[in-house]
Design a protein around this ligand. Structure first.
Ligand code: 1CP
Length: 361
């Protein structure tokens, strides 16, 4: 079946497998590097494209999503691409309205005010309602011509729950976080519903051609160790285990999985790393490379973690820092990235210097 599926897609052979090798713990000639939000507003060609097309229209139109995914790959010596989409396509497919407001970010005008609002949510037919993401992945995988691998992604359950209750970004996530204490059972019910959808969504992405998967738990910083153990870890673990089991059942080759619990405590990160349900753990810029290695052990690849604001230093400084981080993590089981998404006004020369610095190790 794997052969049949490959033949059916007939994807071009991969020419640069550094990223996949590092994820699997194999030797690499150079440290692989990619950048979270590498397709985005710091690129003039992206800004130009956005003046013509609405954000979710880009996500929903495979030719457009493919075009913006390729933009950073044409410009830079990156070692991986990530499909252009957003984590909020899931709440959207569950029936919530999501608007992308310029200068504000995503807004959900009718969030879940209390557990009875959960009756407004629907269980999407993933292949149908989110099939556009699969189509974008297949098209992009062909259009990349094997230059670099293509990463698929999703938001993790707690992060998505946060947006669904909060109605947008927030500096406290107080509404969402208070659900965890006021309605623990209903919170778990909601997290489980999202988990079930996320699993189907990720399997669809691999079927469509995604060569790795990243799970963004961007709101892990709101969870202390107790909350992380109860509301993040079990669901994130379930996602990896059930995605792998489903791919086995479909006889499709498994792909490396990355979890990025941004802002999680070192205890929480260690819990995830030592569980080995993910090949790769993403860390933000507050995590010390040497301490991370010590606490995670030798059998997990680490991804990260230069401060996105360090990209505002001069070119030489950016190069030097990138090289230093590479040396601290070492060439084995390491994927270089920023500690969070690249900021919209980051200088292009910094991106070039960052990549050169990593590749110089
Ligand atoms: O290039 C890539 O990395 C692929 C595209 C991508 C990804 C992986 C986008 C496009 N969004 C995401 C993931 C995403 N979206 C996350 C997880 C990563 C992270 O923590 O940053 C989150 C939290 C979102 C939600 C979201 N979408 C925000 C954050 C809002 C907040 O304050 O909580 C914002 C600003 C967006 C909009 C968005 N998504 C992507 C882009 C390029 C943009 C900018 C909007 C625009 O172009 O108008």
């Amino acid at each position: 079946v794997t052969k049949y599926w490959m033949a059916q897609h007939n994807f071009p052979p991969l020419k640069n497998d550094r990223f996949l090798r590092a994820a699997r713990g194999e030797d690499v000639d150079k440290i692989p590097v990619w950048i979270m939000r590498q397709a985005g507003r710091y690129l003039p060609e992206f800004r130009e494209f956005r003046t013509k097309h609405d954000f979710f229209t880009i996500c929903q139109t495979p030719e457009y999503a493919c075009e913006v995914t390729l933009q950073p790959i044409r410009r830079f010596e990156l070692d991986a691409s990530i499909i252009f989409s957003d984590i909020l396509v899931i709440p959207q497919a569950m029936g919530l309205t999501v608007e992308m407001r310029p200068g504000v970010g995503p807004v959900l005008p009718e969030p879940l005010a209390n557990p009875s609002d959960m009756s407004r949510l629907k269980r999407p037919d993933v292949e149908k309602d989110l099939g556009y993401v699969g189509k974008a992945i297949t098209l992009t995988r062909h259009s990349l011509e094997g230059k670099v691998p293509l990463i698929g992604f999703t938001g993790a359950p707690w992060t998505l729950m946060g947006y669904m209750i909060q109605g947008g970004g927030s500096s406290t996530m107080a509404q969402a976080r208070s659900w965890l204490y006021r309605y623990p059972e209903k919170s778990i019910e909601l997290l489980q519903l999202i988990t079930d959808i996320v699993i189907e969504y990720l399997v669809m992405q691999v079927k469509a051609g995604a060569q790795a998967l990243q799970i963004f738990e961007s709101h892990a910083d709101y969870l202390n160790d107790e909350l992380f153990k109860k509301y993040c870890f079990p669901f994130v673990k379930q996602i990896s285990e059930r995605v792998r089991a489903k791919l086995d059942e479909l006889k499709i080759a498994k792909v490396p999985m990355i979890v990025f619990p941004r802002g999680a405590t070192l205890n929480s990160l260690e819990l995830l790393a030592k569980d080995h349900s993910y090949e790769v753990i993403g860390v933000d810029w507050n995590v010390d490379p040497v301490e991370a290695r010590q606490r995670f052990g030798p059998d997990v690849t680490v991804q990260g973690n230069m401060d996105p604001c360090a990209m505002y230093a001069n070119e030489n400084e950016v190069f030097k820092r990138a090289k230093e981080i590479g040396e601290k993590f070492g060439k084995t089981r390491y994927i270089a990235n920023l500690g969070h998404g690249i900021l919209p006004d980051t200088p292009i020369v910094s991106v070039e210097a960052f990549i050169k610095g990593v590749h110089s190790v």
